[in-house]
Design a protein around this ligand. Structure first.
Ligand code: AMP
Ligand code: MG
Length: 431
């Protein structure tokens, strides 16, 4: 019996992507844990980070120079009396000095502007002699001073729950004094590779055997997308053992399978999933590489919670589990993970959804392809600034990992194009 590979479940790239995104957006966030700030890099924030005071907390000079009242420099050159120096750090006596018309303070970058000052003139436009500064350039009110609270006011939201903790988010957490943050627990992602010809990487392959590389590429992609890979044994092209391993994989938060989803007689993944009463959202996408990709979910009643100790609402995940059957050709596996599985994994990791990003570059050499499929072809993006150009990497098709390793992006070709001329702008997916 072959399971439900009806043509209606083969979607265009856009439709398949929309379906995967829609399901990802409905996944509830998981449990959280508290980590030291530095250990939270690359994790997903499970709380909000709020300003504990105005930022900046005082009107901050952004230059080394002189604090002035801008109207004192209406006529140039102007001369003002220096009545003191303000540097970054504690203020003498703890109070902000006051500036009166006709006066100026020497001031350093990062120091608080005195009361009554409304601008700072860069030291480059001044000369000082005997306690008097001569200005050769005027300023507009507000110039070179960031007003108190201009970046954020006390109680403002700085980083929202669901944000990826990159260096900027961590800097904001540090700036409000958070040495520990709450992050979402990383989802566990089972990786199951299938195929009678596939052997473990520490085994000596026979002449017709292939070492298992997909488990490794997927494990890297899973980790990068915020998940913890759980590596299952290689499944043979035999339904009973395959079913056992699929059931085991469905005990994790997400199951990624590779191989066994094409039209061959021994491509059994869909059949076994159908026996498990899986619901299929698509069983193919009109793309190359990666056409036989499968996405669905299982109301699998093993009942075993995915994460020991996971608290509600994450525990609701145990009721059904999503799976992707990714084609076994290594580049297809990599591409279909990026196009469809990554958004689900990021959602399980608690991240807010984000669109697939494409940039555009000029094509170096013409491309000819057949119409009908959206193509994601390994390519090299080079050049700089507005001069970016991109060209295909010669490859032997979707099994060619070496070509993929030489590439630094994919050229995306829409299904209605068969001849793209050198010099045309093309969409590029960075990876
Ligand atoms: P399949 O999708 O099972 O028809 O496999 C397509 C191609 O990918 C075949 O040439 C397989 O040998 C190869 N392949 C499948 N799984 C893996 C794997 N884990 N590592 C490397 N190559 C694989
Ligand atoms: Mg196979």
């Amino acid at each position: 019996m072959r399971a439900p590979s009806t043509e209606s479940l083969v979607l265009t790239f856009e439709d398949a992507r929309r379906v995967a995104e829609r399901h990802a957006s409905q996944v509830p966030p998981g449990a959280s844990e508290t980590l030291d700030l530095l250990l939270s890099a690359g994790r997903v924030l499970a709380e909000t980070i709020v300003a504990d005071r105005d930022i900046p907390p005082f009107p901050r000079s952004t230059r080394d120079g002189y604090a002035v009242l801008a109207s004192d420099l209406a006529r140039l050159p102007a001369k003002l009396k220096v009545i003191g120096e303000i540097k970054a750090g504690p203020l003498p006596g703890g109070v902000l000095p006051t500036l009166n018309p006709g006066e100026t303070f020497s001031i350093m970058t990062g120091a608080p502007a005195p009361q009554g000052a409304d601008a700072v003139v860069m030291v480059e436009y001044t000369s000082q002699q005997d306690g008097v500064v001569e200005f050769t350039k005027g300023v507009a009110p507000g110039e070179n001073i960031v007003a108190q609270g201009a970046e954020a006011q006390r109680c403002d939201l700085l980083v929202d729950s669901g944000a990826l903790l990159n260096e900027a988010a961590i800097a904001l957490a540090a700036s409000v004094g958070k040495s520990k943050v709450k992050v979402f627990v990383r989802p566990r992602v089972a990786i199951l590779t299938t195929g009678d010809e596939i052997v473990a990487i520490d085994a000596q392959p026979g002449p017709a055997q292939i070492r298992n590389s997909n488990t490794y590429s997927l494990a890297v992609q899973v980790q990068e997308a915020g998940g913890d890979p759980v590596l299952l044994p290689i499944a043979p092209d035999e339904p009973r053992r395959l079913r056992q391993l699929i059931e085991e994989g469905l005990g994790s938060d997400l199951l990624l399978m590779t191989g066994g989803v094409s039209m061959g007689r021994y491509d059994l993944v869909e059949q076994v999933l159908a026996e498990l009463q899986a619901e299929f959202f698509f069983t193919g996408a009109r793309i190359q590489p990666g056409k036989p990709v499968v996405f669905g979910r299982c109301q699998c009643g093993s009942g075993r919670p995915a994460r020991s100790g996971a608290s509600a609402p994450g525990s609701s995940r145990a009721s059904h589990k999503y799976f992707f059957g990714l084609p076994g050709n290594p580049v297809s596996t990599m591409v279909t993970f990026e196009l469809f599985a990554r958004s689900m994994l990021e959602a399980l990791a608690g991240m807010r959804p984000r669109p697939l990003a494409f940039l555009h570059a000029r094509l170096k050499s013409e491309i000819r392809v057949k119409t009908g499929l959206t193509r994601f072809l390994p390519a090299i993006l080079s050049g700089e600034y507005e001069q970016s150009h991109v060209e295909l990497v010669p490859w032997q098709g979707s099994g060619d990992i070496a070509a993929r390793a030489r590439s630094n992006c994919f050229i995306v070709i829409p299904p209605d194009r068969e001849h793209i001329l050198a010099g045309e702008w093309v969409a590029v997916m960075l990876r």
